[in-house]
Design a binder for this molecule. Sequence first.
Ligand code: ADP
Ligand code: MG
Length: 657
Amino acid sequence: MLLQIHEPGQTPTPHATERGVAIGIDLGTTNSVVAIAAGETPEVLRDENGKALVPSVVAYGEDGSVEVGEGARRRLLDDPGAVVGSIKRLMGRAAGELKHLGGTLPYEVEPADDQGGMVRIRVQDRRLSPVEVSADILRALRARAETSLGQTVTEAVVTVPAYFDDAARSATKDAARLAGLTVLRLVNEPTAAALAYGLDKGAEGLYAIYDLGGGTFDISLLRLEKGVFQVLATGGDAALGGDDFDHLIAERFLAERKAQGLVHRPSIGEAKQVLAAVRLAKECLSTQERGEWRIELGGETSRHALDRATVESLIRPLLARTLSITQSALEDAGFRPTEVQGVVLVGGSTRLPLVRRELGTLFGREPLADIDPDEVVAVGAALQARALTRGEGTLLLDVTPLSLGIETMGGIVEKVIPRNSPIPVAMAQEFTTYQDGQTGMLLHVVQGERETVAECRSLGRFELKGIPPLTAGAARIRVTFAVDADGLLTVSAEEKTTGVSAAIEVKPSYGLGEDEMARMLRESMEHAQEDMERRLLIEARVEAERVLLALAAALKAEGELATPEERAQLQNLAHEIRKAAAGADRDLINGLVERLEETGRPFAQRRVDRALQGALAGHRLDEVEADMAPDARAAAGSGSSGAARTSSRVPAAPRND
Ligand code: ADP
Ligand code: MG
């Protein structure tokens, strides 16, 4: 049991007594910040030098010691093998997802023991998961809060990028739990920044959160409506930030040295030192017009004059990229820049005056910069923590970062929940069986923007069993996708005539990184045309297969109704179709299928006539028609048991529960 000590005359709120203070944590890639909102104004917690930023860097000593923050970052220069940084990029990721990071991480990354599990990193002789490293950072932040408050802290609101997927979010929660913190809620970083500005209390409207940090750029569009915050769209570049500006300036300095005849080639360690010096120069020029810097390498010293205008001309192309990504996000959400009511600056690199000018031009208004862009996310998290402990949580909504769908015949993806749908959300679509008497259906849940399963990410599979054996296309299987407020997806399927159902909670064992997501989005746009072509070809083949199977079944059952001539013609066409389906000429396949259907029409008509004669006795005509109407999508068995789309080919109207 904890005893709380209070200043004389100070009475704690009842909640504070019961629950203690909950802290707000911005767990960043480069830097982290912790804040509290116990009294009226939120407070960022600083070290003895007044610094709020805690470098998200952990040093592991041979003796088992763990150091977090500035000290660990300093050790990066002389003992890089013992130091871990940028761990946030690995949260929730499997080994297969790291190729794009290759060479940029200064430590060894290994696959997990379990297949598809989160990667491990090797430091000293330890094997650590990103969750453990993040937990070390969180522990340090928690300790800073406890020292400053003089009491134990067990609850926190932790922020995550808006694009973080389920795996990365649960990894973050796990890290907090390891650090002894209960996560009251994970809040999106842009949402936290908006909360810090009190936008939730202000005018309704559209807000843009522009976050340019050390290694990443993120843009988010939030809409505030009736007290509800909603992330409308997100975009960004996981490899664009202040570090890139540093590289450009460093290259310039090194070129100047060369021009002066200084030939010493910097080692990797020296290059890091140059970058550190350049970074200071860059930061300095955000407030100062010009300056001169000295670089000493291999005993050769050079001097470099640099002014703000030169820095700006160097970085302008990179900034232009962030602006075009911003414009795409706006287009995605269907808004013009001038419709944005406020632009919030987040991240150290937004201190660059050029960033503010360019944003001012794009949006036609000055960006909001009253709150330190390094601290704004933590402040928002602290405000949310206070609101939640007082039971007055703002309703925060989020969106699905990528589309969610089901695999249908031919490896095609049928999207059920489109990307950027606000969560919580539930949407349903109807599917049907592909073969006669099919009693099971394999449902494959995928995530992504592309048209084919091969290019999307597989989230899980499950089987619906006990479907009544009906004609192909007759069963009505309603598949419902539900994403809850924590971003967790549940998929359920129900056969409507019998009520047979099956469900799966989809929890990927590892996450999808923002790089991969950005890539998937980019590719989906680049390949839209090609995808559509391929989709149409696959559909043509599936249709051809269906028609051939149906023909074979019909000839087998009632072949005597076809004339020998018809039979020969049909078999001939079937042979041609089989040949065409092996190729890639969609029009040829479709044309042959059409011809086959035409040729077979008299035969089909005779079959319908016979069936009607047999079935009419004792039945009303409309009833019979309903049973007998030849279904455009009805198919004979092919041995497969995938989902086929409903016969109308029009998905059931999405339901919003
Ligand atoms: P992250 O979001 O990746 O954790 P931060 O938001 O802490 O990163 O931003 C770090 C970046 O901000 C670094 O590249 C740093 O050089 C840059 N930065 C910090 N202060 C300034 C400044 N005054 N002018 C320009 N860039 C700055
Ligand atoms: Mg940041």
